[in-house]
Design a protein around this ligand. Structure first.
Ligand code: GDP
Length: 373
């Protein structure tokens, strides 16, 4: 199940790292997510979109399976990986939001044909400002060869293969072409003051950012990307990823869902949420008066596990959910909830008034509401 993260003795109790995908438009962010998830949202697959709640959870078993070919002896210590799957969602790109504290790490997608583009640099600056670690996915590696060399030298597809294995299948010309483009892009990053290197040649992760070549169409490099993300997170972010009981939770979106009324999609960064919990979120009454909304969680919902994402219109109900997770919450009075703000849980010993005040202080620190329903 989703909450099966009970630690064995002597093991750290870690939550899942949270990852977001950034980059210029059309670099393949949606396609990359689709590829990891095994869905087809990019081409408008109905079910996939219907149940999107802004984040997809990849359980450790799934990551293990996808990365088997890499024969990594590294042990997965995190219960999974939570990927924020609304690239360009305002709550994340807007600096006034709490987005900065949401993502533990990011994938910066660059089109190998186009190199660094205006929004790549924008994303880069945001990541640096937030001090967020990231990995570069150098996407569309099958593109240049198809375009330029047609049948003679084309990239030989190796579906979902690790990148080193896929590279070995290519002709010398294809490898040369790849290396030339890679060098160009490393130079462009250098011009932005950043050292980057192909991930399996990178000896100083942290100082030098890793590049993983990918094809979101045929899956080459996806195992590498997944493994690198998880390994890096659990190795360097133990403190940040340590599970605590204090709830850290952000409202992503406020949505009316048939049969459920007004719901909020949240990202639970840390802690646990339970059905029946009393919560406080920021609200906006009559479009002018800010005020805290105090309500009770009626249902905690998630989409069906990945392979069943196509089942339309139904959600899985949970009695409790541990971080990190993307969750749809149903409760009364959420009509005027504000996206981008924090959700607070009122514990048995908590002072409701103090928590209401805290909720409103968050609001002020964000500034203007980001997204008013
Ligand atoms: P986004 O705007 O960054 O989310 O980009 P999309 O995922 O919508 O992709 C933009 C276009 O690039 C679509 O036509 C995709 O099919 C195509 N695309 C994405 N990834 C790849 C890839 O790895 N190789 C090739 N050849 N095309 C890709």
């Amino acid at each position: 199940g989703l909450a099966s993260s009970e630690p064995k003795e002597g093991e750290e109790n870690l939550r899942s790292p949270i990852c977001c995908i950034m980059g210029h438009v059309d670099t393949g962010k949606t396609k990359l997510l689709d590829c990891i998830r095994g869905t087809n949202v990019q081409e408008g697959e109905a079910g996939g979109i219907t149940q999107q709640i802004g984040a997809t959870y990849f359980p450790a078993e799934n990551i293990r399976e996808r990365t088997r070919e890499l024969k990594a002896d590294a042990k997965l210590k995190v219960p999974g990986l939570l990927v924020i799957d609304t690239p360009g969602h305002e709550s994340f790109t807007n600096l006034r939001s709490r987005g900065s504290s949401l993502c533990d790490l990011a994938i910066l997608v660059v089109d190998i044909m186009h190199g660094l583009e205006p929004q790549t640099i924008e994303s880069l600056n945001l990541l640096r400002m937030r001090d967020t670690e990231f990995i570069v996915a150098l996407n569309k590696i099958i593109n240049p060869f198809i375009l330029q060399m047609d049948r003679l030298y084309g990239w030989k597809t190796c579906k979902n293969a690790p990148i080193v294995k896929a590279m070995k299948q290519q002709t010398k010309d294809v490898v040369n072409e790849f290396n030339m483009r890679l060098t160009g892009i490393i130079t462009q990053f250098k011009e932005q003051g950043l050292n980057t290197e192909l991930y399996y040649k990178n000896k100083e992760m942290g100082e030098t950012f890793s590049i993983v070549p990918t094809s979101a169409i045929t899956g080459e490099g996806i195992p590498d990307l997944l493994l690198l993300l998880v390994n890096w997170a659990q190795k360097t972010m133990v403190e940040k990823l340590t599970y605590v009981d204090d709830v850290q939770c952000t409202v992503l979106e406020v949505k009316v869902i048939e049969g459920h009324g007004t719901t909020i999609d949240v990202v639970l960064v840390n802690g646990v949420l339970r059905e029946g919990d009393q919560i406080v979120v920021c609200g906006l009454q009559a479009s002018i008066n800010l005020g805290p909304i105090v309500t009770t969680i009626r249902a905690l919902l998630t989409p069906h596990p990945m392979k069943e994402l196509r089942v339309k219109g139904t959600y899985v109900h949970h009695k409790e959910i541990k971080a990190a997770q993307g969750i749809k919450i149903t409760a009364q009075g959420l009509e005027h909830a504000i996206a981008g703000t924090a959700l607070h849980v009122i514990g048995p010993d908590d002072d409701i008034e103090a928590i209401k005040e805290q909720a409103m202080e968050d609001m002020e620190s964000i500034g203007t509401p980001i997204c008013v329903p």
